[in-house]
Design a protein around this ligand. Structure first.
Ligand SMILES: C[S@@+](CC[C@H](N)C(=O)[O-])C[C@H]1O[C@@H](n2cnc3c(N)ncnc32)[C@H](O)[C@@H]1O
Length: 244
């Protein structure tokens, strides 16, 4: 069964306190990097998989998209998204990403920000995305980096003085389910190798335009814990285009 952690009251409350929840895209460390990789939205039909509060749908509309559809498994996240959204052209659908199935070539751009590591069957999803995108359409997604998801717990290892020793990486080639600790709560995620993330695109009709492992922005370095983000990659950004 698919986990719907963001509908859990405690988790939802904690998530709502994060900088990216309070400040929107400007509060997300990767935003400036991601923004530069986004295609031109003018007149485009956009789908956002795992849209959360809807920040990326709203951004797409603010930048000229003709319509946007945000899909998320969490009712609570979508309730917040609807409160924040002032564009009637945005439709929010409460559904697991795995069950999304629009007709062929329904979208010009498909986005997904930090949600695909919750999906078990990545290849099946990429095949569906291929079908739903028009020819020449763009797929841009961010996921937790395979170095970050490999071991599972996603916690630093500390010495007896409480100082960080290192971040554990283990079982890298064993893909599949992991139980991570995020915001002090157990959350199920799915680990995949970098090869799987990229080759699955290449083998299913996409060309890769850009790959970035974003570093924390200089102006956020004073945020507690941010300097430690230079010690290992936490995120992977991929931009691809449907070619065939
Ligand atoms: C880290 S949040 C990111 C939200 C948003 N994309 C952003 O960047 O602000 C992950 C989102 O993915 C959603 N999610 C997790 N698993 C999902 C699934 N199987 N189907 C649809 N949404 C899912 C969660 O409910 C949550 O809103």
């Amino acid at each position: 069964m698919k986990e719907n952690k963001y509908d859990d009251n405690t988790f939802f409350q904690k998530y709502s306190q994060m900088s990216r929840s309070q400040k929107g895209l400007q509060g997300a460390g990767e935003w400036e990097t991601l923004r530069r990789l986004l295609p031109d939205f003018k007149g485009k039909r956009v789908l956002d998989l795992g849209c959360g509060y809807g920040w990326h749908c709203i951004y797409a509309m603010e930048n000229g998209a003709s319509s946007a559809v945000g899909v998320d498994i969490s009712r609570k996240m979508l309730e917040t998204a609807k409160e924040k959204t002032y564009f009637p052209e945005i439709e929010y659908i409460c559904r697991p990403i795995e069950e999304v199935d629009f007709p062929e070539e329904s979208f010009d751009i498909i986005l997904s920000s930090l949600a695909l590591h919750y999906v078990v069957d990545y290849e099946n999803l990429i095949k569906k995305i291929y079908k739903m995108l028009k020819h020449g359409g763009n797929l841009v997604f961010t996921v937790e980096h395979p170095v970050f998801t490999a071991y599972g717990t996603q916690e630093w290892h500390y010495n007896e003085n409480g100082e960080i020793l290192h971040f554990p990486v283990d079982n890298y080639y064993y893909e599949g389910k992991r139980t991570a600790v995020f915001l002090g709560e157990k959350v199920i995620k799915y680990h995949r190798t970098l090869t799987t993330y990229l080759n699955t695109l290449l083998m299913n009709g996409f060309t890769i335009k850009n790959i970035v492992e974003p570093q924390p922005p200089q102006d956020m370095m004073d945020v507690p814990g941010m300097k430690d983000e230079m010690r290992r990659p936490m995120m992977l950004i991929v931009s691809a285009r449907k070619i065939k």
